[in-house]
Design a protein around this ligand. Structure first.
Ligand code: CO
Length: 412
């Protein structure tokens, strides 16, 4: 069997222009008519991923053996010479997922079976609750709990800086909806850490009063603090027993992570800004994190994430692979297959795909009672409605720019 054709296009998953996410899609067809689908991801750089695949990677695939998934991964990561940055990691991921899909369809087996079979029957997930005020955030958490979620990430807008808060209901990146005359590329929001550091412990104190210990609670700092600021926050949150505190500081600052660890027992999750096992490895072997969070479509695909899970296992680091909407439906399906197979799974982020996305991608992981399951269909088990998907145009997406009161750039 040989690869006969590789098609690439960027699809906008949302009906609302500019609200994202855009998915760089890959369709690989073999000379025997087998079709594999995958997607990469790079919010704010989707066209770069698609162009890299189309112009530079796809020509090497024509006539290649689709069974050689590992060899193809090595080819794109090593024979392209420059090593993996974010664009190559996303492009490799899209192809890798499509080749795994073909492998599963050829074998007549779901991916979790090819990965060693199920280590669990279902995958615990967490949903995203948020509010503009603590009252709103509490109501949002309660509504998730009512729907059956067992783990809930809770975010609240920073008082006085609602539009610049991360994850508090203002759209991806937390920048709020742009005014009608405001171009999204030039959208600027303001934010300050001090009121944020006061508000978050108040939120979790209220939440434990309202939900008791009946659900797991999580929080995402989104890399906005310094090591000592996040050490203060993590200590103050200890009485509320978070499942984890996510992205405490920018991933480049490994010594900062060590400082944080010396000050708190709040579990730490990091990895959505890693691109590879090489990025994740020092935090794993240094026991600097409790959950590793690389994203399937952003870190080289199933071949790479499987290895990251293996590397983490002896260090008792669990997985919390990233799963926001921009991870892409096919990458999300591949992630849940992996979650089912690995022994050191921790938790899975829920991308909250609506009925609309489920119609475009039939057979996506099924949510029930706080857990995801997959079907037993071969490969990813997902049927893509290609005709309709191709009618979903790409709309440029821009993360909002976050600045401090004095005008200086702040991590978004
Ligand atoms: Co995050």
């Amino acid at each position: 069997m040989r690869i006969a054709n590789v098609e690439v296009f960027v699809a906008g998953l949302s009906r609302t222009p500019g609200s994202g996410p855009n998915c760089p899609m890959v369709k690989i067809t073999t000379d025997e008519g087998l079709i594999g689908w995958g997607n990469g991801a790079l919010s704010g750089g989707e066209q770069a991923v698609a162009t890299l695949i189309e112009q530079h990677l796809a020509p090497r695939l024509i006539g290649a053996d689709p069974d050689r998934v590992e060899d193809t991964w090595q080819l794109f990561q090593r024979s392209t010479y420059w090593r993996a940055g974010r664009v190559l990691a996303g492009a490799t991921a899209a192809i890798d997922i499509a080749l795994w899909d073909i492998k599963g369809k050829r074998a007549g087996l779901p991916l979790y079976s090819l990965l060693g079979g199920k280590s669990r029957d279902k995958v615990l997930c967490y949903g995203h609750a948020a509010g503009a005020t603590i009252d709103d955030a509490v109501q949002s958490v309660l509504s998730y709990k009512e729907r059956g979620y067992r783990a809930i990430r809770a975010q609240v807008a920073t008082p006085g800086y609602e539009g610049g808060s991360y994850g508090a209901g203002g759209g991806q990146g937390g920048g709020g909806r742009p005014a009608a005359d405001e171009h999204p590329a030039r959208r600027v929001r303001t934010w300050e850490p001090t009121p944020y550091l006061r508000a978050v412990p108040q939120l979790f104190e209220r939440l434990r009063q309202e939900v008791g210990d009946s659900v797991e609670l999580l929080h995402d700092v989104h890399d906005r603090l310094t090591p000592i600021q996040v050490a203060q926050l993590a200590r103050e949150l200890e009485p509320y027993h978070l499942f984890f505190l996510e992205d405490p500081i920018p991933v480049e600052n490994r010594d900062g992570l060590r400082l944080l660890r010396e000050h708190t027992t709040t579990p730490i999750a990091i990895g959505e800004r890693y691109s590879s096992k090489y990025d994740a490895l020092p935090a794993i072997t240094g026991q600097l994190i409790d959950y590793v969070r690389n994203g399937m479509s952003k870190s080289g695909g199933l071949t790479e994430l499987r290895k990251i899970a293996v590397l983490a296992e002896p260090f008792q680091v669990k997985t919390a692979f990233q799963g926001p909407a921009d991870i892409g439906p096919l990458a999300f399906a591949a992630t849940v297959h992996l979650d089912l197979a690995i022994p050191n799974f921790g938790i899975q982020e829920d991308p909250h795909y609506g009925a609309d996305v489920h119609e475009l991608f039939q057979g996506l992981p099924h949510w029930s009672d706080g857990y995801f399951t997959v079907s037993d269909r071969p490969g990813l088990g997902v049927e893509v409605d290609e005709a309709r998907l191709r009618q979903r145009p790409y709309h440029p997406f821009f993360f909002p720019v976050i600045r401090r009161e004095d005008g200086a750039i702040q991590d978004p």
